[in-house]
Design a protein around this ligand. Structure first.
Ligand code: SAM
Length: 374
C-alpha cells in the first residue's frame, strides 16, 4: 500500500508498516498512543470497506475431530466430550434460516471430521447453493486437494483455515501432525488460492509460548499472503487440553510472551486492518468471550467489519466446546441477531446486504467455476 494512498490520508506513517513498527505497536501500552491506532484502523476500515457489517451465519456441523491440537477442546484426546454430527437436512434448515434472517453467507465449520466425506460435503454445498443462493464458506480443517477442489466445483466460495502462529516450532508443538492427512497449513492456503477460493486465515493471540515478536511476523504474513479474510482471537485455555494446564504457560528462551487479553487481540485486529485494508475481518467470538461486555463492539470499532452469529441448533451448541464459556453460547439465534443489530446501531454501523465479498476477488484465468454475483 503506497504511503500516498488516500486510505491513509492523515495517518501516512501507518501505511507500509515495517515489521519493526508493527512490533513497537504490539508493545505499546500508552492509552493515548493506542487511541491513535484504534482511530487509524477504524478510519482505514471505513474508507476501504465502508460502514456495513456483514453477518455470516455460523453452523458448527460436527465436533468430531481426528486431530490432537493442544489448544482445542474438540481434540480427539478429549474423551469426555459427547460427539455429534448434524444431518444434512438439519444443516439445510440452518441455511434456510440464515437466508430468511437476511444473511448473505453461511459458514459451515467442524472439527477435522472424516465422517464428512468429499461426496457428502459436495452434495451439501450444491443443495445449500441451489436452495438458498447464499455464499458458502467452509472451515473444515486440513483436507486433501481433491476434497477442496470438489467442494469448490460444487459451489463453495470461501475457505477459512487459520495458520494459528507463524512460529514453526510453536505450531509443531501445539498442532501435532495427523498420519495420512495434510499437515502444512501454508501449503493448504496456496492450494485454496489456486482453486479460486476467497482465502481466510488468522491466528490465536496469547498461546503459551507465543512471543510478541512472532505475532509481528504473523501480521507481516497477513500482508504477504494477501488474505481475503483475517480471523484473530485471544487464546482461551480449555481445562481438558494440554494447554489448559497452567504449568504449560511458559516456554523459556523465545522472548516476551504475548498476552491473551482482549486489548492485545484488538491490537492485532487493528494492525491487520492497516496491512490489509480491504480484507474482511470478523469481531470474533473469542474476542467477545475474553471481554463479555464489550469485546465484540471493541473489535468492530478497531478495524473489524464482520460478525458471525451462531445458528447452530441449541441442542448441539454446548458440545462445540472449543474453549469454555463461549460468548452467547446459550442464546437463541434470534436474540443474538437482535443484540448484534442493536450494537451496530449504537456504533453507527449498518447491516451489510449480500455476500460481502472482498472487492478485488478474481477467479484464476481460464476458470470455468461457478461464482455467484455479489
Ligand atoms: N477444525 C477447523 C480448523 O482447525 O481450522 C475448524 C474448527 S477450529 C475449532 C476453529 C478455530 O478455533 C481454530 O482455527 C483456532 O484458532 C480456534 N481455537 C481453537 N481452540 C481455541 C482456544 N482454546 N482459544 C481460542 N481459539 C481457539
Amino acid at each position: 500500500m503506497a504511503s500516498g494512498s488516500p486510505l491513509f490520508a492523515g495517518f501516512e506513517e501507518l501505511a507500509d508498516l515495517t515489521r519493526e513498527r508493527i512490533l513497537s505497536w504490539l508493545e505499546e501500552r500508552d492509552p493515548e498512543r493506542l487511541a491513535e491506532l484504534w482511530r487509524a484502523a477504524d478510519l482505514v476500515r471505513h474508507r476501504a470497506v465502508g460502514d456495513a457489517v456483514h453477518l455470516r451465519g455460523l453452523v458448527e456441523i460436527s465436533n468430531h475431530c481426528a486431530r490432537r491440537c493442544a489448544y482445542c477442546g474438540l481434540n480427539a484426546g478429549n474423551r469426555g466430550l459427547p460427539r455429534y454430527r448434524m444431518a444434512d437436512d438439519e444443516i439445510l434448515a440452518c441455511a434456510h434460516r440464515a437466508a430468511a434472517m437476511g444473511f448473505g453467507t453461511i459458514v459451515l465449520q467442524s472439527g477435522e471430521d472424516v465422517g464428512f466425506t468429499r461426496e457428502r460435503i459436495a452434495g451439501l454445498v450444491r443443495r445449500v447453493a441451489a436452495e438458498t443462493g447464499l455464499a458458502i464458506t467452509l472451515s473444515l480443517g486440513e483436507r486433501s486437494e481433491a476434497d477442496l477442489q470438489a467442494w469448490r466445483e460444487a459451489g463453495a466460495d470461501r475457505y477459512l483455515l487459520r495458520f494459528e502462529t507463524s512460529d514453526a516450532a510453536l505450531f509443531a508443538a501445539i498442532h501435532p501432525p495427523a498420519a495420512g492427512a495434510p499437515n502444512d497449513r501454508m501449503a493448504q492456503l496456496r492450494i485454496l488460492r489456486g482453486l479460486g477460493y476467497e482465502v481466510g486465515s488468522g491466528v490465536m493471540v496469547g498461546v503459551p509460548g507465543q512471543s510478541v515478536a512472532s505475532v509481528a511476523d504473523d501480521i507481516v504474513l497477513f500482508r504477504d499472503l494477501d488474505l481475503d479474510m483475517i480471523g484473530v482471537g485471544p487464546f482461551i485455555p480449555h481445562p481438558d487440553t494440554p494447554l489448559g494446564d497452567p504449568l504449560a504457560r511458559s516456554r523459556p528462551g523465545v522472548g516476551e510472551q504475548i498476552a491473551a487479553d482482549a486489548e492485545t487481540a484488538c491490537k492485532v485486529v487493528a494492525l491487520a486492518r492497516l496491512v490489509r485494508p480491504d480484507a474482511n475481518i470478523p469481531a470474533t467470538t473469542a474476542l467477545a468471550a475474553a471481554d463479555k461486555e464489550k469485546g465484540r463492539a471493541l473489535g468492530l470499532a478497531r478495524g473489524a467489519n464482520v460478525v458471525m452469529p451462531n445458528l447452530t441448533p441449541a441442542s448441539y451448541r454446548g458440545d462445540y466446546d472449543i474453549y469454555p464459556d463461549k460468548a452467547w453460547a446459550g442464546e437463541t439465534a434470534d436474540a443474538f441477531a437482535e443484540g448484534v443489530v442493536e450494537m451496530l446501531a449504537a456504533l453507527g454501523r449498518t447491516v451489510g446486504i449480500g455476500p460481502g465479498r472482498r472487492y478485488s476477488t478474481k477467479l484464476p484465468a481460464g476458470s470455468n467455476l461457478r461464482i455467484q454475483k455479489s
